[in-house]
Design a protein around this ligand. Structure first.
Ligand code: AQP
Length: 332
């Protein structure tokens, strides 16, 4: 069975973009793949995290996976820092990846912003750790949102260069799995920016913890334009906010954007937004409720993470042993 690895950063404010672009797909892949899903806490600390919040947010990511329907018996759920192979392999990959490759990463440029000199070395090396996350399990497929495509290309480059440099076939060349109508959910406040955990405006995103009133309020305040919805998808061109809301509706209802327009062509947002609210509350609401319930039982979540870590270690250790031999490290 082909193997999948994917992860979400425990940086708080888990949102609808994380759900539609990643977590919901994790559930759907369980039948066809051996799945490994991680709360990537080592990635999270590439920017400052309060330790108590990090602990709670790590449990929250695991709870979100479970609430969305990931089966902890069939799939592996664990916290990245509990499996040493990630850090060990990342160091080897730091020696494979080229500065020029990392200089091209748009996420680093966005996150470091103007204050590049003050960004952590970890933030710069983030894609190298991500390559290690995936390749420590020789995973072949990675379900992600559009925003992670560039990092996955770097993972492929690292795997290829490692194999070439050492004249081996150690690592597979991974494929991204990007699917659905919401591969890139945009901010509710600005259709040009992706919905993100770190956006300073809470109104830019719908989170797992929002209740009905909050979802309704955020959608009511969501930026739109004055025109009614068009009949054809091409009528959404140049209307990023409208396109975003139609895309969210389509993803939540599991239909195409055109099917949404077939239903709402000519409708004003005063009609469409309440319909979208109902749909979000009906489909996404229960996931958030279940996540909150699971967060009330941290011992249960911790037990699942512990079991997952043990199974992940069993898979990653032989890969690391093989890599160390290839590189020329002496056996301990
Ligand atoms: N807006 C989005 N639309 C679709 N998919 C998204 N993802 C994130 N934002 C969107 C997908 O969610 C998964 C987990 O993301 P992450 O937490 O590892 O990192 P991120 O992409 O940096 O997420 P955020 O929410 O935008 O966090 P910040 O604000 O910290 O940068 C990934 O598969 C991602 O594609």
């Amino acid at each position: 069975m082909p193997r999948i690895f994917s992860g979400v950063q425990p940086t708080g404010n888990l949102h609808l973009g994380n759900y539609l672009g990643a977590i919901r797909n994790f559930v759907r892949l369980q039948d066809d793949y051996e799945c490994i899903y991680c709360a990537v806490d080592m990635h999270a600390i590439t920017v400052w995290q309060d330790p108590a919040n990090l602990r709670s947010n790590t449990r929250e990511v695991a709870a979100a996976y479970l609430a969305a329907g990931v089966d902890p018996k069939a799939s592996i759920i664990f916290a990245q820092s509990t499996v040493p192979a990630h850090a060990e392999l990342a160091w080897i990959f730091n020696c494979i990846a080229r500065l020029g490759w990392l200089n091209r990463m748009t996420q680093f440029k966005e996150k470091a912003g103007k204050n590049r000199e003050n960004a952590s070395l970890g933030l710069y090396a983030y894609p190298s750790l991500m390559a290690a996350d995936i390749l420590a399990y020789k995973a072949t497929h990675v379900p992600v949102g559009e925003d992670q495509k560039q990092h996955l290309e770097l993972t492929r480059d690292i795997a290829q260069k490692f194999n070439n440099d050492y004249g081996t076939e150690t690592f597979p060349i991974v494929e991204p799995l990007i699917f659905g109508e919401a591969t890139r959910v945009m901010s509710l406040r600005d259709g040009a920016k992706k919905m993100s955990k770190s956006d300073p405006s809470d109104y830019s995103r719908i989170t797992f913890t929002d209740d009905r009133d909050m979802i309704a309020k955020k959608l009511r305040k969501a930026r739109t334009d004055a025109d009614p919805l068009p009949a054809e998808e091409k009528g959404l061109e140049g209307r990023p906010e409208a396109a975003n809301l139609v895309g969210i509706y389509a993803a939540l209802a599991d239909i195409t954007k055109q099917q949404v327009l077939d239903k709402y062509a000519g409708s004003q947002f005063s009609v469409f937004k309440p319909a979208l609210t109902d749909l979000a509350v009906e489909t996404f609401g229960p996931v958030g409720e279940e996540m909150k319930r699971l967060m009330g039982d941290p011992a249960h979540v911790d037990a699942i993470l512990k079991d997952g870590a043990e199974r992940a270690i069993a898979l990653a250790e032989p890969v690391l042993k093989e890599v160390k031999e290839v590189v020329g490290f002496l056996a301990p």
